[in-house]
Design a protein around this ligand. Sequence first.
Ligand SMILES: *Cc1c(COP(=O)(O)O)cnc(C)c1O
Length: 398
Amino acid sequence: MTLSKGRPYLAIPGPSVMPEEVLRAMHRSAPNIYEGELIDMTHGLVPDLKHVAGTRHNAAIYIGNGHAAWEAALSNVIAPGDRVLVPATGRFGFGWGEMAEGLGAEVEVLDFGRQHAMDMTKVAESLAADKDHRIKAVLGVHVDTSTSVRNDIAALRATMDEVGHPALLMADCIASLGCDRFEMDNWGVDVMVSASQKGLMVPPGLGFVFFNDKAAAVRSDMPRVSRYWDWTDRANPEFYYQLFCGTAPTHHLYGLRTALDMILDEGLENIWARHATLARAIWAAVEAWGQAGPIALNIQDTALRSHAVTSLRIGAPHGTALRRWTQHEAGLTLGIGLGMSTEQDPGGDGFFRFGHMGHVNAQMILGMLSTVQAGMTALDIPFGDGGLDAATAVIAKG
Ligand SMILES: *Cc1c(COP(=O)(O)O)cnc(C)c1O
């Protein structure tokens, strides 16, 4: 017998759960891409995307995933030989740095490990040591999805300002946009990248790059930018096809329209509060379980934890065993311990992650936590009492 038949919950940190409304909006025949409804609908997306990003400046949309958005953003401002600084707090910081290296940049990485946020003192030292201002951009990942650390991007801007360094501040909000508070203009971010398949609740396939006038000026001084990645026409198109440098991602745009309507309807403050409360329920359960068992939150300081993804340590082989159990016995798919392998645990089997981004509510989170407790019981993984009570208490208080 299996208890897994029924509606599954894909609780991995992207792709996230797609709302039925979004899927329904995408289920239609191909629209005309030369005139009519699609054209007006697309132009209406841009102001709403900017609202979600917290910017009055420019937005460019790409057909691509998060890696495409990384490369798109870098291609507009980083030329071969340019230097970038990467304060890395997990796999995604390294990944963005590798993307810059692929474009010929000289990459300086500050590795803050797998359990810590950026140390701004160290960032300040690197910037201060760069007397000739060779560093052209600082690449900061807001929420690193591998470690689930949430970095203080406003503090990163303040650090750059204190040192008086003119580099661009570029932020990766792929895992945080539409989940954790982010305010591009108020926080002094010059370039921000995101993608459709996490907090924005649309299937993978759209990458977003937001940029301000300072970044646009850097783009203007570039020796050349490859046509496809160039954000200039995409952000200020004269003709519709320039928005996507070719055929529009028609069905994704319908999905995005519906997702943005849902976001505007709920309101960003409410969305951020919902994610925060659901995250606190998860933390409360894990902290109680961890009193008498191996499970633990990867990030200790509550102020540095993502509200959209939670990385857990449980010791090998329990992480992988638990994921297998919840998937096969209960229809719940948990995230792998990405970027967490060590010499003792080459497969990262001692780790797993909860994705709780976008279209998630209290009953989903309580179901997920109960299922994890059932899995630990079935697998004889010890855990402390009171985890589910602690989570339900958080939800009951709201
Ligand atoms: C998911 C993610 C990416 C990569 O996105 P892909 O769509 O997988 O290319 C990059 N950065 C962060 C923070 C992410 O969460």
